[in-house]
Design a protein around this ligand. Structure first.
Ligand code: IFG
Length: 531
């Protein structure tokens, strides 16, 4: 074995050791044993290995999908799109023949009712890999687990040496919470559609199913509204620090919604109001109570702006903005913001929120708001997104007692713009420093007093972008913490274990390296050498 072979074998040994897989060194190639089930993030509900059984994806392997289901075919094509470049195999996608074909089967029959609409069953034998689900979303989730059971090299864009083995397994899996989200603030700094698609692809790997886009704020308006063209044209031209602005045309937005849907992710658009509205107020003088448009703002202060609550034009404006956005948004939710309205009186805030909620409902959408909105009039159908730093909030608990559902985004646990440690170049620290342990070691179903599991719709990890400008910045802040929030949203609390999670996270490092995700190598995790 030459020097290179020794090095390759050694690195395989280290990698395999880190991922817990045993390495069988034979001849000149280190045959990495299959990735262990314990590496999968989020941790599945039940995952049982079948010792001594492996399935090897080969040049003759086909991907079979539920006959008659275009969605299943689409998921088969998606899986093929991942496997073909790295394996070099043709991997044809075809309708599953009757009987139990050998190969990879993605089926919408035979799944247990227990997996619901978003779960799946995955079985790996020596002759077949079979994913069964009740709905396409579940099939897509099962494919993400399958991805993670293949060597990290499977994520490569060029042909890699195999073998492409998956260990024998029986997995039955489904989510704890229905809403598992991420938020990207494209207002402080604009992120072009390609950057958002890239984030969507990363989110899909961890079974995240909502992407909340913070489309407007003091520093920028990022979605074109036909009836108010200056919003994007003028209000979208700048960004924090005077950095370049930008905005999504309605065609861009529609394409992003479709791309997200192909990853079984629903877009949640946010128009933040009545505060965080300087970009809109700068764009139209007539929206301002004094009829004077303020200058565009490129700083990072908050709480200084407010739409004009007594002005009737304000509600015409909102009705037209919400109307256009709702028509472009197939998802059920429209986020109205409502946070940090320090320049709006309490009475005006209640008047405003109550009226805006009616407008959003009239356009067929369910209202999401930062939890400040619970101070307005009662509205049980409204969903409050908790972003506090504490573990109790009487007003939120009161709303929950009246039926309000809560999305848990405690800033001191989920805000991906928080520094990892004080020396982290990017990010802020007003909600504290957040490394892997802070991001992972809490229970969304029991975190906020008076807000029990049944009141929690799910979790979301916001990434605010005052200090985040590029996809490299985004990678660094989102990874490795986003997978922690994704696991809290998906996995049963019975699987919750910080040290086991850190082990699972370490196994993801080589995968991120292959995917080109420049993640923060948290000192709390053992990362395989070279990952
Ligand atoms: N709070 C503000 C955000 C952003 C954030 C940065 C919310 C709901 C601080 N509002 O979080 O606009 O500035 O960490």
């Amino acid at each position: 074995m030459n020097g290179r072979g020794v090095r390759r074998t050694l690195s395989a040994l280290v990698l395999a050791a880190a991922t817990g897989a045993a390495v069988l060194v034979s001849g000149t190639e280190a045959l990495a044993a299959p990735v262990p089930l314990t590496s999968v993030v989020p941790a599945p509900v039940t995952a049982t290995p079948t010792a001594g059984v492996t399935y090897t994806i080969g040049s003759a392997t086909a991907i079979y999908t539920e006959p008659g289901s275009a969605a299943a075919t689409g998921i088969g094509d998606y899986l093929a799109g991942i496997l073909r470049p790295s394996t070099g195999f043709p991997l044809p996608v075809a309708a599953a023949p009757s009987g139990s074909p050998s190969g990879i089967a993605l089926l919408l029959t035979g799944a247990p009712a227990s997996v619901g609409a978003q779960g799946y069953q995955l079985d790996v034998t020596a002759t077949a890999i079979t994913v069964r689900a009740n709905q396409p979303a579940g099939l897509f989730a099962g494919v993400q687990t399958l991805r993670q059971l293949l060597p990290p090299a499977v994520e490569a864009a060029t042909v890699q040496t195999g073998p492409w083995q998956v260990g024998g397994a029986h997995v039955v899996d489904y989510p704890r919470f229905a809403y598992r989200g991420a938020m990207l603030d494209v207002a402080r700094h604009f992120f072009a559609p390609a950057a958002v698609r890239r984030y969507l692809d990363q989110l899909a790997l961890y079974k995240v199913n909502y992407l909340h886009l913070h489309l407007s704020d003091d520093q920028g308006w990022r979605i074109a509204i036909s009836s108010w063209p200056n919003l994007a044209g003028y209000g979208g031209a700048t960004a924090v620090g005077g950095d370049p602005g930008g905005y999504y045309t309605q065609a861009d937005y529609t394409a992003l919604v479709a791309y997200a849907a192909s990853r079984y992710i629903t877009i949640v658009p946010e128009i933040d109001m009545p505060g965080h509205t300087n970009a809109a107020l700068a764009s139209y003088a007539q929206l301002n109570c004094d009829g004077v448009a303020p200058a565009r703002y490129t700083g990072t202060a908050v709480g200084f702006s407010s739409l004009c609550v007594p002005l009737e034009l304000t509600y015409t404006f909102i009705d037209q903005v919400v109307g256009e956005l709702a028509a472009l948004t197939p998802g059920p939710y429209l986020h109205i913001g409502g946070d940090e309205a320090s320049s709006t009186t309490a009475a005006d805030y209640t008047t405003f929120i109550d009226r805006v909620q009616q407008i959003v409902a009239a356009h067929g959408k369910t209202v999401l708001g930062w939890h400040d909105v619970v101070h307005a009039g009662p509205q049980p159908s409204r969903i409050a997104q908790f972003w506090g730093t504490g573990t109790s909030d009487a007003a939120v608990a009161g709303a929950a007692a009246n039926g309000t559902k809560v999305i848990m985004s405690p800033a001191s646990r989920t805000y991906l713009d928080m520094k990892y440690k004080s020396s982290t170049r990017l990010g802020q620290k007003w909600a504290g420093l957040i490394d892997v342990d802070k991001a992972y070691d809490w229970n969304p179903g029991a975190y906020l007093s008076g807000v029990g599991e049944s009141s929690v719709l799910g979790v979301e990890a916001p990434l605010w972008t005052e200090t985040i400008r590029t996809t490299a910045d985004l990678d660094y802040m989102a990874f490795p913490r986003l997978p922690a929030i994704a696991e809290l949203g998906w996995s049963p609390y019975s699987t919750h274990n910080l040290s086991a999670f850190k082990g699972r996270l370490g196994a993801q490092g080589p995968r991120w390296r292959v995917m080109g995700i420049g993640y923060y190598h948290s000192t709390q995790v053992t990362w395989p050498a070279g990952s």
